[in-house]
Design a protein around this ligand. Sequence first.
Ligand SMILES: Nc1nc2c(c(=O)[nH]1)N[C@@H](CN(C=O)c1ccc(C(=O)N[C@@H](CCC(=O)O)C(=O)O)cc1)CN2
Length: 284
Amino acid sequence: MVNIIDGHNIADKLNIETKNRVDELKKKGILPGIVVILIGENPASVLYTRMKQQTAAKMGMHSVLKKFPEDVSQDEVLAAIQEYNEDPTVNAILVQLPLPKHLNQTEIIEAIDPKKDVDGFNSSNVGKLYNNEKGNYPVSCTSRGIMTLLHAYLDQLEGKNVTIIGRSILVSRPLQSLLINENATVTMVSLHTDNIDYYTKHADILVVAAGKPNLIKKEQVKPGATVIDVGINKINKHLVGDVDFDDVKEVAGFITPVPGGVGPMTIATLMQQTVDLTEWSLID
Ligand SMILES: Nc1nc2c(c(=O)[nH]1)N[C@@H](CN(C=O)c1ccc(C(=O)N[C@@H](CCC(=O)O)C(=O)O)cc1)CN2
C-alpha cells in the first residue's frame, strides 16, 4: 500500500513554526525582511514570486517585490542588489530564476551578500555545504525542503541508496551534498546516462529532477522505494511531474504528488531560511 507524501501538510507545519519564530523576533523589535527580485514576465516566475509575497505577508514579515523589465541591464540589477546588501531592513535577497538570456546569472548570484543569500546559491555557501562545514549558512530551499520531507516520512537516511536524476545547481547538486552529509550513498545520473534503469531500480530513494514529463514508469522503480518528484511540467493546462504518478504508485512505498509534494516545501523553506538568516545576523 503506497503512502502519499503530503507536501502541503509538512509545509503548513513548518510555516506555523516559522511564524512563531517571527513573532518571537518581533517581540524583541526585530522584523525579518525579504526582497524578491523578479525580472521580466515569465508566467511561472510571476506566479512563484506572488506565492512568496503572499506567504511572507502571512508570516508578518517585511517583504518587498522588486520588479525589472525583461530588458534591464546587468548593471541595474547589480546596483539594486548592492543597495539591498547595505539595507539593514533586508535579511534575505532572492533573484527569481530563470533570468533573461542576456543577463549573467553567476555574476548576479555572486553579487548577493552571502549572509543574505536566502537561496544558498552563492559559491561561498555552496562551498560550505560541499565541505560539510558546521555552522550557519543557507542552502537551496528545494533541496532542504526535500530533506525535511524525507525526515518526516523515513526513519533514517544513513546507508540508503539514493539515485538523483538531474544535475542542476538549484536542486540536484545541493541535494547530493545534503544526502552525502547524512551518510546516504548517492548516485547522480542524467538523461545522458547509459542504462539509466539499472540506477533507478537499485534506489531505495529515487529523486527525479529531469524536467521531462512522466519520464519514470513503475518498471524502473524498486518495489517499496521512496520516490520524490521534483518536476513541474504544464501539459494542456494541467501540472504533471517527471514521474508517472498513477503508474509508479502501484510499486512505490512513498511517493510525492505533483502538485502538492515538493513545490510547497520550496516556499515554506524559503520562509524558514529568511528567519534563519535574521537570527544568524544577530549572533554572527
Ligand atoms: N531563485 C529561485 N528561483 C527558482 C527556484 C528557487 O528555489 N529559487 N525554484 C523554482 C520555482 N519555485 C520557486 O521559486 C517554485 C516552484 C514551485 C512551487 C510550488 O509550490 N508549486 C506547486 C504548484 C504551483 C502551481 O503551478 O500551481 C506544487 O508543486 O504544488 C513553488 C516554488 C524555479 N526558480
